[in-house]
Design a protein around this ligand. Structure first.
Ligand SMILES: NC(=O)c1ccc[n+]([C@@H]2O[C@H](COP(=O)([O-])OP(=O)(O)OC[C@H]3O[C@@H](n4cnc5c(N)ncnc54)[C@H](O)[C@@H]3O)[C@@H](O)[C@H]2O)c1
Length: 286
């Protein structure tokens, strides 16, 4: 893919979410510089971006005639000229705070810094950021290039100017944000993740198989995919990290990731991205 011609959106972390956020931006004409820690990860990410861009267009989620360039790199310094930086690295407060701190020292004042964390409070992630008023949370849903609503997390320090800038960015990508206050898990993860945890506990207890749990939630309660297929899409490793974040920050035992989730992660059964989780998948694009 070609070099970005206009200032790019920086996306740090080229996993499940970083890739899909890159697809969303490119598909709406915004060039992207995508950063990860290894060329291997980036090679896989480039393959997924191509496949997902085709998927987005097929679904009518990205205009067919619009596309922008993708640059991939292991150098965080490449985000220096970005219009905004989206952090989508592993759900680990230390790693995220460090990445956001470094990114803030690289970009020009007035450049919004966005964390895509599933539930670590934004205020907490801003401790190393040069200008905490420029930090905001945007919790993109998975897949980010198909789901048009996002959860926007305004920390106590996020400025009006930052909110205006990211509202414009989201509008350009055809996204609508609902703004919530900063809290562990925000709204969506606080509600969804314990439901998935409980669904896994039901499977572990032998009350029903994964497919029956999902069928009941879809057929009776109108859930789009069922909690356990959703878990596979999220990535069970990410889910365990996000549940642990909730447990640590709320002190509530119910958020502790259940044994079955931990066992699957220990066995490398991470869901869609590894080919096996609660379900098995034929084609894994890494
Ligand atoms: N998976 C989901 O459905 C989902 C949905 C919404 C939000 N999120 C959040 O998005 C973030 C990313 O999740 P994911 O599912 O894409 O995880 P992932 O494990 O698929 O990808 C994380 C990526 O970050 C990279 N990374 C780690 N440290 C880095 C560093 N210092 N610099 C650059 N890259 C680094 C890893 O190499 C990896 O490629 C997490 O905070 C997660 O909670 C995930």
């Amino acid at each position: 893919m070609s070099e970005a011609a206009e200032p790019a959106l920086g996306v740090v972390g080229a996993g499940v979410m970083g890739t899909a956020i890159a697809v969303l931006a490119i598909g709406h004409g915004i060039p992207v510089v995508l950063v990860d820690v290894s060329e291997d990860r980036l090679a896989g990410a480039r393959r997924r971006v191509e496949a997902q861009l085709r998927h987005a267009r097929l679904m009518g989620a990205a205009p067919a005639e619009v596309a922008a360039g993708l640059t991939t790199t292991v150098e965080l310094a490449a985000v220096a000229g970005a219009t905004a930086v989206v952090e989508a690295v592993t759900e680990d407060a230390e790693i995220k705070a460090k990445v956001l701190g470094e990114a803030s020292s690289l970009v020009a004042a007035g450049t919004p810094l966005v964390s895509n964390t599933s539930g670590i409070p934004i205020g907490e992630l801003g401790r190393l950021v040069a200008r905490p008023d420029e930090l905001v949370g945007i919790h993109f849903m998975n897949p980010a290039y198909l789901i048009t609503m996002v959860e926007v997390i305004r920390s106590a320090r996020t400025s009006d100017a930052t909110m205006t800038a990211i509202t414009e960015l989201l509008a350009r990508m055809g996204r609508r944000g609902i703004v919530v206050r900063d809290a562990p898990g925000f709204v969506t993860s606080r509600l969804l993740h314990p439901m998935i945890n409980e669904a896994a506990r039901l499977v572990a207890a032998g009350v029903a198989g994964a497919e029956s749990v999902d069928d009941l939630m879809r057929g009776c309660l109108g859930h789009a995919t069922g909690p356990l297929r959703t878990a596979d899409m999220i990535g069970l490793d990410n889910l365990v990290d996000a549940l642990s974040t909730l447990a640590e920050r709320t002190g509530e035992e119910r958020f502790q990731p259940c044994e079955l989730l931990r066992e699957k992660v220990a066995a490398g059964h991470l869901g869609l991205k590894s080919g096996k989780g609660f379900y098995e998948y034929e084609k894994v694009l890494t």
